[in-house]
Design a protein around this ligand. Sequence first.
Ligand code: AMP
Length: 275
Amino acid sequence: MQDFSEALRLRGKRIAFVPTMGYLHDGHLRLMEEGKKRGDCLVTSIYVNPTQFGPDEDLDKYPRDFERDERLSRDAGVDVIFYPSSSQMYPEQYHTYVTVEDITTNLCGLTRPTHFRGVATVCAKLFNIIKPHVTVFGRKDFQQLAVIKRMVADLNMDIEVIGIPTVREPDGLAMSSRNAYLKEGEREAALSLSRSLRRAADLYNQGERDAGVILQEVKGFIEGHPGTKIDYVKICDVETMADVESVEGERSVLALAVWVGTPRLIDNYVFGETI
Ligand code: AMP
């Protein structure tokens, strides 16, 4: 892969890269569409990265279907699928990790303390292997995008990082590979996430700026749906990820993580944007 990328670079070609864990959906395809526009060669990776999963998380159960992913990638105009094994990515003597501090401690970092270390490490490795000029991430994983932007800036990686708005099902549910875990009857509970964000947007549009008031409304709404268990609901600064008390348009994000039956689903809304 490195030789291939180097040859492309020597020919003056621009490499666009979309990292994924596979089990592709329209959100991933939208990222690929953007990558296609921004590069001469579009590379995607399909790799369920073990270092970003905690010991009691769903690594083994994470949905996988390489043949389907290959077909969808081809149709989306992907030129290369990078599909490594874990023994290639983390051989026995592997000892190096990338830690992005501060912005990884709040939100998903609260219940997944090693998650972003795994994400930053695998992305740094993939960037060194694929040597992209531009990489495309989804804003559904809002904190992840902030972490990647921070790492790229802090470590002087010469890569443009693009964030793409969340792609949703017609009923509003943010697309996710983990939606495959939802059982019949859990869909209504899962919809409480996006619907609660809409309620927050309504409050904001009516002039509410007190984060506590908005959080109370959102939590109450989600808790009113049987089968949900809140991990966190928070309003934070879009860059520092620190909690804020007062909401500021385009600077504050409402981020939430909720278990709906088996899956833990996440969603977010940046105040002042359309949802
Ligand atoms: P994953 O395969 O879940 O690790 O996601 C790979 C990339 O797709 C990440 O940059 C995600 O943020 C992005 N992504 C996942 N779901 C969506 C979605 N519904 N809309 C936009 N991007 C998404």
